[in-house]
Design a protein around this ligand. Sequence first.
Ligand SMILES: NC(=O)c1ccc[n+]([C@@H]2O[C@H](COP(=O)([O-])OP(=O)(O)OC[C@H]3O[C@@H](n4cnc5c(N)ncnc54)[C@H](O)[C@@H]3O)[C@@H](O)[C@H]2O)c1
Length: 254
Amino acid sequence: MSTGLVAGRLALVTGAGSGLGRAACQVLSREGATVIAADKNYDSVVETIKKHTALASGSNDTEHSAVELDVSDSSAVRNLVQTILKQYKSPPTIIVNSAGITRDNWLLKMSEEDYSLVQNVNLKGTFLVMQAFAKAMTEASLPGSIINISSIVAKYGNMGQTNYAGSKAGVIGMSQSAAKELGKFNIRVNAVLPGMIDTPIVKTVPEKVMQGMLRMVPLGRLGNPTEVAELITFLGSDKSSFITGASIDITGGW
Ligand SMILES: NC(=O)c1ccc[n+]([C@@H]2O[C@H](COP(=O)([O-])OP(=O)(O)OC[C@H]3O[C@@H](n4cnc5c(N)ncnc54)[C@H](O)[C@@H]3O)[C@@H](O)[C@H]2O)c1
């Protein structure tokens, strides 16, 4: 019998092939969950399960699974619900929406295509996954916890990120609204707002800009993906049983 904060729970993590999603898989499995790692990049989630998740839980990797998923594709999301129900006989009750992209540019130069791409993955993708899996949980009469990864730029904005900040502000409003609707099913929905975390997504920030940003972080460093994953796992667990509709900053004080 496994022990841990989320022992015996089934968790779905999107964007699980890299960064925060991969770290969430590691910590959730360390804390006893069975993890379904989903990403547009299939090879990357196979690696998450083989190299990282199994090691973290100290078990073999047969219970965990890796799946290819484009979160912006509604039929792919619906199909995934059915595939999981067939394989595990029950829907996941921890959902982590970590799939996200940036297409930064100045407002005056941003193409409509880059605007739409970012909304489709970050906002619509989170909506589709949340809707499909909340439905599966209510149909199975199971309580659950949905954790949507927003960003601190949703609150304060950031130069070059009108599309991204808009999508992430949308994630907060959507999470708060869903929390109000799903509370009666004992399904909690929370948004996590990371600052600058050391993952491939921040590697695109020029060094000079990065140094300027770090000066605004009281703790004076980038966050580690595991630090965010610990918060995600807490929100997935019963330790956070009275927290819903919240937007939690994890920024080193930025
Ligand atoms: N790293 C940071 O500093 C930071 C700060 C604030 C918010 N965030 C948010 O955290 C989340 C995770 O970011 P990260 O730093 O791990 O980035 P990352 O680039 O390391 O990982 C993102 C993952 O999402 C996957 N992905 C992209 N489009 C997808 C799609 N359509 N369907 C499924 N998967 C898709 C990518 O393949 C990748 O594996 C994102 O939503 C990001 O916006 C990150």
